[in-house]
Ligand binder design. Structure first.
Ligand code: ADP
Ligand code: MG
Length: 375
């Protein structure tokens, strides 16, 4: 392992397995693929980098694994700077998107590979391989070739290979993106329970917000190489800090407005139609400022009759789609023809919606967030 970080600006935080300190990455010496990222992965945590394609997720993971150099900043693993430690000495397990199994080696030989590299004694190898096979529920398939396995089984082998040498932490870059939906959901569950049972730290990469929400303890939302927000799934969903996070996580209705009055917990805005909307100020600071008001489809009520719904409007039902456990209505309201409202079957049974009809809808100021304008 490397030297203890000697730079006085590098503070080791005791419960962290990984620290990114002012990490930047440039491939061409000009543009930055990763911009000044700071984060700690706590011991035993499942932390996910989530972002659109090109946002810098893989670059962050590759610098941590040691396959890409760090342009600026420090990466600490267990409190020690690893910027210049080669990958195979970092004690990090890695699972890639495209399995990357050796096609001419058996399952057992694939899983044994990291042990060979680390010069593990022959007698120990078989035992460790069997144990890893059991962890991913592939006992009995040790002598198969990778191409004789399904996609899900191949990815399990890749996971076993990453776990077999008892790494401090395991990194996964879009490991499930090649699998179909039902297998992907099954593997999400398996990876989660492996994480819980082994008490290992995981840094995971995905562009799929649903996957990130179900798997992670915390999520770092990346955009253009920077972290937009780092928080638990529930916090990201309920309290997005800005419009990028709000539109990337879950579903939101957006209404452009202008601030007329602003206090700590409440602001009054008007829309382009002139309609007033009360909201919670989040990424706004002053009167006259343009804002995007965001409100989730499940926060909207039909025929609100109480004053707790400060925002009440007439809406026309444009379209109704049955989703089994709920109904989704597309409505036209306040100049937005694509306003989505999620309605429970029970509410719809009591007063059924009809396409073309006008109805009253409403939402609370506390469920409506005044965010920044999208770039
Ligand atoms: P993500 O994994 O989120 O899709 P990447 O980290 O792969 O994002 O890429 C971030 C940016 O860095 C992109 O603009 C990409 O084109 C660039 N990039 C990634 N890898 C390389 C490379 N090896 N050489 C040059 N540019 C790269
Ligand atoms: Mg990537």
């Amino acid at each position: 392992m490397g030297n203890k970080a000697e730079n006085p600006s590098v503070m080791y935080e005791g419960n962290s397995i990984v620290q990114f300190i002012d990490i930047s990455k440039s491939y061409d010496g000009e543009s930055l693929a990763v911009k000044n990222v700071n984060l700690n992965v706590k011991q035993g945590e499942f932390l996910t980098f989530l972002g659109p394609s090109g946002s810098g997720k893989t670059s962050c993971l590759m610098m941590l694994a040691g396959f890409e150099s760090v342009t600026d900043g420090h990466i600490l693993l267990g409190g020690e700077e690893i910027n210049h430690i080669p990958p195979h000495l970092r004690n990090i397990g890695m699972v890639f998107q495209n399995y990357a199994l050796f096609p001419h080696k058996t399952v057992a030989e694939n899983i044994a590979y990291p042990l060979w590299v680390r010069r593990t004694l022959k007698g120990e190898i078989n035992e460790k391989v069997q144990k890893a096979l059991k962890m991913v529920r592939l006992e009995g398939l040790a002598d198969r070739m990778p191409l004789q396995l399904s996609g899900g089984q191949q990815q399990r082998v890749a996971v076993a290979r990453a776990l077999v040498f008892n790494p401090q932490i395991i990194l996964m870059d879009e490991p499930l993106s090649a699998l179909d939906k039902s297998l992907r959901e099954e593997m999400q569950y398996e990876i989660r329970s492996l994480h819980e049972n082994l008490n290992i730290s995981v840094v995971y990469v995905t562009h799929d917000q649903g996957e990130a929400l179900v798997m992670s303890d915390r999520i770092a939302v990346l955009n253009g190489g920077s972290i937009e927000q780092l928080a638990s799934p529930a916090e990201l969903y309920k309290e997005p800090k800005n419009s990028f996070v709000a539109q990337f996580i879950g579903e939101n209705n957006f209404l452009p407005g202008t601030i007329d009055n602003i206090k700590t917990n409440l602001c009054v805005t008007h829309l382009e139609t002139g309609d007033p909307v009360q909201a919670t100020p989040v990424a706004v600071s002053h009167v006259g400022q343009k804002t995007l008001l965001s409100v989730r489809p499940e926060s909207i009520v039909i025929n609100p009759d109480s004053a707790e719904y400060q925002n009440r409007f007439n809406a026309r039902v444009m379209d109704l789609i049955f989703h089994g456990d709920h109904l989704r209505a597309r409505m036209s309201v306040c100049g937005n023809d694509n306003f989505i409202v999620k309605i429970s079957n029970e509410v719809n049974r009591l007063s059924p919606l009809e396409v073309g009809k006008e109805i009253g809808i409403g939402w609370r100021a506390s469920d409506c967030r005044a965010l920044d304008e999208l770039e």
